[in-house]
Design a protein around this ligand. Structure first.
Ligand SMILES: NC(=O)c1ccc[n+]([C@@H]2O[C@H](COP(=O)([O-])OP(=O)(O)OC[C@H]3O[C@@H](n4cnc5c(N)ncnc54)[C@H](OP(=O)(O)O)[C@@H]3O)[C@@H](O)[C@H]2O)c1
Length: 268
């Protein structure tokens, strides 16, 4: 399914994007990584070349439509038209709502929502011609609210809405759309988060235990192969989401209980 395909992965220089790129390269895909930092991109390229993979890297900012449109033109000219687009680029800002400036909300939406939207707009003419696929990495935080994630959840919920609607528009055109909603897993993103996160956020998010990145990659690729629309990696996480969707009052009760145990009254 992936052999010989041109697969563009935004956020491919780190975490889930890089781990997915390695697995797809090992299966014979030509992986094309997009991120901003050139040094991280070169390091990722070397890692993939070491395992004998075919890899190209492009530095671009997904939140800037001109930058990403130009990048897809370069990809078509230098590598060939993309068959699959995996949108993994994302940022996380955690904190108490009253402490977060509006600019932080805008910054997160610009990357996690408009970044995906821009990349799809830029890639779509190619993807349609190739009867390709679009894979959007949202989050469990795009399906349920989380203490401390008012910025992040807003962006990931918006991405869920975009992806669900886009699925209907793309299906008649022969383009498959997948929505991936992982729970927390170990990556550079969570490494930074652990230095600053509020105790309530930690208690709430870790209601679902943290997964290793290999489970995320394995279940994501399996879901794509099976043609699943909603992919929730990790068996326990899938059960939790199923429960949360059918019994939201129980989810709120358990979450409130966990948050109450560590709640810091800051008298705001
Ligand atoms: N880690 C988790 O627990 C978790 C859980 C659920 C969902 N997710 C989602 O999974 C995805 C991957 O997360 P991760 O943990 O692998 O993160 P990560 O290790 O921090 O990697 C993020 C990647 O996105 C790139 N990126 C960020 N902003 C960008 C921009 N404006 N333009 C282009 N590239 C940009 C980064 O490179 P540059 O900084 O060099 O641009 C990097 O390659 C994200 O969408 C995240 O929200 C993560």
């Amino acid at each position: 399914m992936f052999k010989g395909k041109n697969i563009v992965i935004t956020g491919g220089s780190s975490g889930l994007g890089l781990a997915t790129a390695k697995e797809l390269a090992a299966r014979g895909a030509v992986v094309i990584l997009i991120a901003r930092n050139k040094e991280k991109l070169e390091a990722a390229k070397n890692e993939i070349m070491k395992i004998g993979g075919s890899v190209h890297v492009f530095s671009s900012d997904v939140s800037k439509i001109e930058s990403i449109t130009e990048t897809f033109k370069k990809i078509e000219a230098e590598v060939g038209p993309p068959d699959i687009l995996i949108n993994s680029a994302g940022i996380l800002r955690e904190g108490y709502f009253d402490k977060l400036p509006v600019e932080t909300f805008r910054e997160v939406i610009e990357t996690n929502y408009f970044g995906v939207l821009n990349s799809i707009k830029a890639a779509l003419p190619f993807i349609i011609k190739r009867n390709g696929r679009i894979v959007n990495i949202s989050s469990v935080a795009g399906l349920m609210g989380v203490f401390g994630y008012t910025t992040y959840c807003s962006s990931k919920f918006a991405l869920v809405g975009l992806t669900e609607s886009l699925r209907y528009e793309m299906k008649p055109l022969g383009v498959k759309v997948h929505l991936v909603c992982p729970s927390e897993f170990a990556s550079p993103m969570t490494e930074h988060l652990n230095d600053t996160r509020t105790p309530e956020n930690k208690a709430h998010t870790l209601t679902i235990p943290e997964y290793d990145i290999d489970t995320m990659v394995k279940d994501t690729i399996k879901g794509i192969e099976k043609g699943k629309f909603l992919i929730v990696p990790g068996k326990f996480c899938r059960l939790t989401i199923l429960g949360a969707r059918h019994f939201p009052a129980i989810t709120r009760f358990v979450s409130d209980f966990r948050i109450r145990q560590v709640f810091v009254n800051r008298n705001i």
